[in-house]
Write a protein that binds this ligand. Sequence first.
Ligand code: ATP
Ligand code: SF4
Length: 322
Amino acid sequence: MAEPLLSIRDLCVDYVTADGPVRALDRVSLDVMPGETLGIAGESGSGKSTLAQALIRVLPPPAVITGGSVVFDGLDVLALDEQGLRDLRWKRIAMVFQSSMDALNPVITVGEQLTDTLSAHGAGQQGRERAGELLELVGIPAERLTAFAHQLSGGMRQRVGIALALALEPSLVILDEPTTALDVIVERDILAEIRNLQRARGFAAVFITHDIGRMLQFSDRVAIFYAGRLVEVGPARTLADEPRHPYTRGLINAFPSVHGDMRKAASIPGSPPSLRTPPPGCRFHPRCPHAMEVCSQRQPELVQIGPRHAAACHLLISGESA
Ligand code: ATP
Ligand code: SF4
């Protein structure tokens, strides 16, 4: 079997606040294979963006990586110095945020931004021609190289953000809510284009969205987070058809066939806990319809339950079915 492109092991991130540390990621382990799309799902505050930012070490203070490892293509990311990080970001791992479309420089043209990015990383030989190709790649005619950001729609600006991310041919692109601010048609078109680009160029993606339907359609595998912990991970189709963790079932049952927003999963009673004082044992137990005595006493570990499919729930260990 191929080696993972990205290997995350026991990753912990704390937000160090005046009232004490808040553990936003608790011993998270995940792999991303070359060329695959891993979707990250979970309600608001579950740690999705913290994970995305930790992977390329752009976590804002007061967040601190307090344990674990991140290995990308053989590189120990947590041990890299500033120069090592500069070489990693954009060239090897690029990121597209929801706000990428607002991050374009308003006083220079789109073409200048693309050529600046190319030349800043020593790839500017072909200059304008390459910038035009990049724009065409994301569905914008090369004539728009002379446009300024304010002359483009939100969808086009986000496409430029994607072109910038792909400029240096990274092998992993992190997409953190890349289309959340756009309307449904534009979103669908952009995601389809990203998928086509992935097939053509072979880069892997980590994809974060609130839309569980889109997530299942767009991803090869999906990882479900709850209150800073990974609770289930498996092939997208398996999770759609046979989710095994009660929380995953709640999320998916809330949106059975159409895409929907899971900022708050309506079918699951209650809300996620504060990470300052998380419940003991399984963090989902106060909301879980299947909670047993052991659930509030012991944290369930992730166990393998099928090919590339794992979940953390005492029901799966005790053999009882939900
Ligand atoms: P959303 O879907 O709303 O973007 P998310 O799943 O991406 O949420 P994160 O933004 O990664 O979640 O936040 C995870 C947790 O980290 C939050 O629940 C919160 O407890 C904690 N957190 C995030 N930012 C801070 C901060 N600046 N100070 C203290 N705690 C924080
Ligand atoms: Fe529910 Fe217990 Fe499984 Fe947690 S461990 S999801 S509380 S059954």
